[in-house]
Design a protein around this ligand. Sequence first.
Ligand code: NAD
Ligand code: TYD
Length: 361
Amino acid sequence: MTCYLVTGGAGFIGSNFVLYLLRAHDDVRVVNVDALTYAGNLENLCSVEDDPRYAFLQADIRDAEAMAAIIEAERPDYVVNFAAESHVDRSIEDPGIFESTNVGGTVNLLNVCRAAWEAPDGGYGEHRYLQVSTDEAYGTLSLEEPDAFFAETTPLAPHSPYSASKASADLFVGAYGDTFGMPVLITRCSNNYGPYQFPEKLIPLMIRNAVHHEALPVYGDGLNVRDWLFVEDHCKAIDLVLRKGRLGEVYNVGGHNERANIDIVKTIIRLVSERLGDPEINDGLITFVEDRKGHDRRYGIDASKIGSELGWRPETTFEVGIERTIDWYLAHAEWVESVTSGAYQAYYEQMYGHRGAAADA
Ligand code: NAD
Ligand code: TYD
């Protein structure tokens, strides 16, 4: 049986990954370790709560003692690090927590894994550590050169405190591979969308606001471009890289699905309006607001390496994925309200009888 330790498994991509693993593999154990910040919600995982192959432990990846105890008790084959502060706007407001969680947390996790896994002869057996990173580490592309893409060899040139912290963590992961021979892998993915994304990010925020007839805040001229990938395709890519990727390598993951923000917003307006039969949901809700500081103009991923080496390609077209996402959000209005209202903490206390203890492993 393969044991995955997934950090940040109560967040958007992490919870989709936990659900994906339990669907895709019978002979598996999945241990979800999450600090449950505002972005982590165990409600995402209520469908697998009683699955004997799944366990949740509340802990902070910066806590060396707790993480060492968990690794010691669970003996995972793979560690997949999703845990992070992930919102660019928050990183502009408060960069320090991004350095602490994304850089410090990653280094702590690397140290704990190394201490648990390194044999006296310097080998690491079959263990693997995968760092879930982002295309934002590469910086920005321009709209004037639409044929230029980020490759794995593109130099890291981050602009926001968020992307600087992710790039920095990637450098540590690479360094632990080079220096200590650790079995590390890095994936750098483009923007994800799909169920369970916290409604501070573009797509779920616009769906939520459209439903409530609230203003849809578009930064700057709305022409910034992101390369959107349905979250399940990202989950499949991570699992594939973990199992079959070459150690020490970076794999880009992306959808070749570049769209300007304003086009995304207009698509959401049209689809939500159609589904709710509500003509008041229209382009009049669009409100251009002050641009984000240091706003990267364009992201575009060259994912040919993971395609040619591992046979991965995106399976969900944007047309299908955005409809599935909108339908999910319309059917889960309570989830949206609870994660945005603080009601989630009340739910947790009711379910577990306490605010959560660090791993009692
Ligand atoms: P998210 O904000 O939805 O979830 C982050 C999770 O990490 C939450 O469950 C949170 O409780 C947990 N967490 C935060 N700090 C922690 C700590 N100190 N210890 C333990 N757990 C902690 O983020 P997401 O969008 O799911 O992104 C997951 C990862 O994927 C991040 O590393 C992010 O950089 C990367 N990524 C995201 C995207 C995207 O489009 N969302 C794209 C590429 C890469
Ligand atoms: P976001 O979802 O925050 O992801 P990232 O910044 O990591 O790419 O933002 C996606 C794009 O949408 C980005 O160009 C900023 C823009 N945006 C808006 O125009 N309005 C908003 O309210 C938000 C949250 C984002």
